[in-house]
Ligand binder design. Structure first.
Ligand SMILES: [Zn+2]
Ligand SMILES: [Zn+2]
Length: 566
């Protein structure tokens, strides 16, 4: 059996994720993990909360609590929300996990001993008032490139350029607003240039990597890899294990990507199989998949592979990295302060989780940024999920229930057309599987709908409700075929809309859970004489327009804000 490790970018938990944070990472990973489980693979799905780094520290100072208090609270909240989104994590952990800290310490020690890490004096901003260095987000100022007045120490939000704090014009400390001084401090760096040949080779020979990911990463290498700091002068983080680096911590971006390995180790420890993680990280037949937003590409195709290579331990490098474009909201970037966007907690207060899961996958931003609008949402839910997918299933099952006494009709000399439909079902099931394996989840979700459309058209053309009076054998054949389509839909939809698929599985009176069944069940005929349970509609139409939904969202926000205060 092939081992498949499915991972998603670690959410940074200074705030609750919004739909755009979820679509390309956690949700995509979940669909793919569920699919590979159905295919009978040995699957682990892991990720966790990324909780170190200066934005968390700055936010904790603002709230008057410790960073750990902040992340304890937010980690529980985010983990709970992911459960409510029906994500099937085998391990959703955090970077404060002792397993993670131990692993990071050990692998960085090896990388140091292998000679890839050196130290060097550098100039850093220092706040004389707060008696601390000011890395990354601890300092703001004017962007030297575009003149934006409030560029952050690590990046300018307006022009998008990555910055060094010392490059900022008119810098000030974000805690006390005083102008900082410059001090000399020693930092530790990984020498990426020494790994660039092997990284280049890895990227060029990896046939799974999508073109956008591959080209972006190869360009990075072409421009020349520079040494990258792995330490910071802050207390919140994992202590740097290098001789002379006492009091320094590991830069958050270096340790967070190592969480993919530590989360696998932790998952296997919990399973009581502490050595099993090696099957995923060293067995060359294993597949490791990463689902990230496009702004995270180099951390997964350059930084993580560089660290794994530098350890000298023959780790599996990412087999595939799927990077989504951005999900915009009515043409703009999500912003909590400006109330642009929809957050993953708010969404669940408005509609059932499967509506969101289906919508986000059917519109997954794969080749360009996509734009959320309520009209788009209504079209996908009402026309595709309810009218096409849901109605075909409901028509079929209610007819079998009332006219065939709930028994799946027995096929009797199927017509060539019936056989053709069954052949199309087979092809569509394969197509959905192939699309998921290629991380083309948007296409896969839409192929799923087209499979139900095949059934709907077949019913409309054949009108078996009339035939049953004149040629009952023919009508029975048609409902036999439709029942097979419904079963195929139950299996193939389960990665996308797991709880609706489960409800359908129960209506079909099939044993166990669809999520624990097998993909091949999609093509396995019902047993002769199989009886179904009374069907219930899976979805209902949303009777609202753009305006109504905007005001519903506002009501939800007000209710949640009130609940948070009390
Ligand atoms: Zn700028
Ligand atoms: Zn200060």
């Amino acid at each position: 059996m092939k081992h498949v490790l499915v991972t998603s970018a670690w959410p940074y938990i200074n705030v609750t994720p919004h739909l755009g944070n979820l679509v390309g990472s956690v949700l995509s990973a979940d669909v793919v993990a569920r699919y590979y489980r159905l295919k009978g693979n040995d699957v682990l799905m892991v990720s966790g909360s990324d909780e170190h780094g200066t934005p968390i520290e700055v936010e904790a100072i603002r709230q008057g609590i410790t960073p750990k208090e902040l992340t304890d609270r937010n980690h529980v909240r985010v983990a709970e929300l992911f459960k409510r989104w029906d994500t099937s994590f085998d391990n959703y952990t955090r970077t404060e996990s002792p397993v993670h800290k131990k692993f990071v310490t050990e692998i960085l020690t090896k990388i140091y001993q292998n000679g890839y890490i050196f130290s060097q004096d550098t100039q850093m901003l220092y706040c004389e008032h707060d008696h601390r260095f000011l890395p990354d987000r601890f300092v703001e100022g004017k962007c030297p490139y575009c003149g934006c007045e409030r560029a952050r120490g690590d990046q300018c939000d307006r022009c998008g350029r990555l910055l060094e704090t010392t490059a900022l014009l008119e810098p000030y400390c974000v805690i006390c607003r005083n102008a900082p001084t410059v001090r000399t401090t020693r930092h530790w760096y990984i020498d990426l240039s020494r790994l660039s040949g092997r990284l280049n080779e890895y990227l060029k020979t990896n046939e799974q990597l999508p073109d956008n990911v591959k080209n972006f990463s190869l360009n990075w290498i072409k421009e020349g890899l520079k040494p990258r700091a792995v330490t910071r002068d802050v207390e919140w983080g994992i202590p740097a294990p290098f001789p002379g680096a006492e009091g320094k911590t590991i830069y958050v971006w270096i340790e967070a990507v190592l969480g993919y390995v530590s989360a696998t180790i932790e998952a296997c420890q919990r399973l009581g199989q502490p050595e099993k993680w090696r099957d995923f990280w060293f067995n060359k037949d294993a597949r490791t998949l990463y689902f990230v937003g496009k702004d995270n590409i180099p951390f997964h195709t350059i930084i993580l592979p560089a660290l794994l290579l530098a350890s000298g331990e023959d780790y599996n490098l990412p087999w595939n990295v799927s990077a989504t474009e951005f999900l915009q909201f009515k043409g703009e970037k999500a912003s909590k302060s400006q109330r642009i966007g929809i957050w993953i907690d708010e969404a669940l207060e408005m509609f059932p989780v499967d509506y969101w899961r289906f919508f986000l996958m059917a519109t997954r931003p794969e080749s360009k940024d996509t734009n959320f609008s309520w009209d788009f949402f209504l079209e996908k839910i009402n026309a595709d999920l309810n009218d096409t997918f849901g109605n075909f299933i409901h028509r079929t099952l209610t007819f079998i229930s009332s006219k065939f006494n709930s028994e799946i009709p027995r096929p009797d000399e199927l017509s060539a057309e019936d056989e053709t439909i069954l052949q199309i079902v087979k092809e569509k099931v394969n197509e959905i599987g192939n699309e998921i394996e290629q991380s083309k989840l948007q296409s896969a979700a839409n192929t799923l709908i087209s499979l139900s459309r095949v059934g709907n058209q077949y019913l409309n053309e054949k009108e078996p409700w009339n035939l049953i009076k004149t040629d009952p054998a023919k009508a029975a054949n048609i409902f036999y075929v439709c029942a097979q389509i419904v079963k195929a839909l139950a299996v193939t939809s389960s990665p996308f809309i797991p709880s609706s698929a489960e409800q359908l599985w129960q209506s079909l009176n099939l044993t166990g859970n669809v999520s624990a069944s097998r993909w091949r069940e999609a093509e396995t005929p019902f047993e002769v004489g199989h009886r179904i349970n009374k069907p219930k509609p899976l979805f209902s139409k949303i009777d609202a327009d753009d305006k109504k939904l905007d005001s519903l969202l506002t009501q939800v926000r007000e209710r949640m804000a009130k609940a948070a205060q009390s």
